[in-house]
Design a protein around this ligand. Structure first.
Ligand SMILES: Cc1cc2nc3c(=O)[nH]c(=O)nc-3n(C[C@H](O)[C@H](O)[C@H](O)COP(=O)(O)OP(=O)(O)OC[C@H]3O[C@@H](n4cnc5c(N)ncnc54)[C@H](O)[C@@H]3O)c2cc1C
Length: 377
């Protein structure tokens, strides 16, 4: 297994990576090399499920480097928060993606099967396809090249590519994945797309791949008719009850904020979750002496766990846009009818970052030093 789904493994990985997050990361991060020679952190599955939080990662990195030296890495961590906050304020992007994906799956193009089985004849693409299936991970540059070849050379619908990634990535994330695919297509920043070139691939794979003459290097960006209105968010955190069932989810395996003392623990995971997500929640919940329920009929499991813990209060970190939030919306109503009170809190990191994610990343980037100060980092 490439990623052990435990907090301990995430913290060990962070400790090993932190000394290299400055100059080495800055100069080498764009090279897609084998794992031993790679300069990137491989922390994404741990951050995605908050086995290790953004705050913990930034704190460790800034203990080893000045902000100036570590800025390229720090910015990447903030890209994640940017995408999460952006999608939170434009939930119709997620529902439109799901609708387009379902429509495209009804009548997939003939080269769809060739692409997802890694038999296109474009050696680099076929290699990344197998790598993704076998390891659940691709380097960021490989994800960009893969998505670009999928959209502009193979002319396949981007939602099918995003769906393929979501089903195989161990860090599969509704926001980072959907918005990155849209960014490559030219839909996130309208008119600006990402075109993979043979020269760039040869350079950043150390010449392992040279797809000269195989790629469409002159395609125009995709265009979207739909508009996605902003839905304002007010990320607040209520006072939490002192005795409550603590609900752990695939979105957040961290303990509740200080002061909230769980009377019991239950992990819940949506049926769409990857193996890493399921095992991460299972392990985190059992470490805190709790059980885990996989599925979308969470009401019964929550009522039972709350009764066992002797409480009618449940505390849970906010579920951002995605399958878990959709499943939980239904559960929420069922629980209200059974007099179970759910107290949802938003982590301080999200409360600080999300208000700056209404436009492009640059707006958030300018705030990074102030945000780090506000977060005591
Ligand atoms: C088409 C496409 C799909 C993607 N799908 C996902 C996804 O489902 N889940 C996911 O976590 N990331 C996704 N990314 C972003 C990025 O590729 C991965 O986060 C990164 O490759 C993870 O490897 P790492 O932890 O070694 O990265 P590092 O370079 O070590 O970065 C550290 C952390 O910063 C964050 N990060 C880095 N780059 C990005 C980025 N471009 N956007 C958002 N966050 C970033 C991640 O949390 C990452 O763990 C996608 C990118 C593309 C182009």
């Amino acid at each position: 297994m490439m990623f052990e789904p435990t907090r301990r493994a995430g913290l060990q990985r962070l400790a090993r990576f932190a000394p290299h997050a400055g100059k080495t990361y800055t100069s080498e991060r764009n090279f897609d090399r084998n794992r031993r020679a790679a300069a990137v952190s491989f922390l994404s599955p741990y951050i995605r499920h908050r086995l290790v939080s953004e705050r913990e990662i930034l704190s460790e990195i800034l203990a080893h480097h000045t902000l100036k030296t570590a800025m390229p890495f720090v910015q990447e961590v903030f890209w994640r928060g940017y995408f999460k906050g952006w999608l939170e304020q434009r939930p119709s992007v997620w529902s439109a993606y799901q609708a387009e994906r379902d429509a495209s799956l009804l009548d997939p193009l003939p080269n769809y099967q060739t692409a997802v089985s890694g038999q296109t004849g474009i050696a680099c693409f076929d290699h990344w396809c197998q790598q993704l299936r076998q390891t659940g991970y691709l380097h960021n540059h490989a994800r960009m090249w893969f998505a670009s070849i999928w959209i502009f050379t193979l002319r396949l619908p981007w939602p099918l590519g995003a769906d393929f990634f979501l089903r195989h990535l161990q860090d599969a994330d509704p926001a980072s994945n959907t918005l990155s695919w849209r960014w490559v297509a030219g839909l996130h920043t309208p008119g600006k797309h990402y075109l993979a070139t043979a020269e760039n691939i040869a350079k950043f794979t150390d010449g392992r791949f040279q797809p000269t003459g195989q790629l469409n290097e002159n395609a125009a960006p995709l265009i979207e008719e739909k508009t996605h209105p902003i839905v304002p968010i007010t990320p607040r955190s209520p006072d939490l009850p002192t005795r409550a069932l603590w609900l752990m989810t695939e979105e957040d395996c961290q303990p509740p904020p200080d002061g909230a003392k769980p009377a019991g623990v239950l992990g819940i995971v949506s049926p769409d979750a990857t193996g890493f997500a399921i095992n991460a929640v299972r392990h985190a919940a059992s470490t805190a002496n709790g059980q885990t329920d996989v599925g979308h009929n969470w009401s019964t499991a929550i009522c039972r766990a709350a009764a066992k813990a002797g409480t009618s209060d449940v505390i849970c970190a906010h579920l951002p846009v995605g399958p878990a939030a959709a499943g939980f919306a239904k559960t929420y109503q069922n629980l209200a009818a059974k007099n179970i009170r759910i107290h949802v809190f938003v982590r301080a990191y999200d409360r600080h970052v999300w208000p700056h994610t209404t436009k492009g990343f640059f707006k958030l980037k300018k705030q990074i030093p102030a945000l780090l100060r506000d977060l005591d980092l």
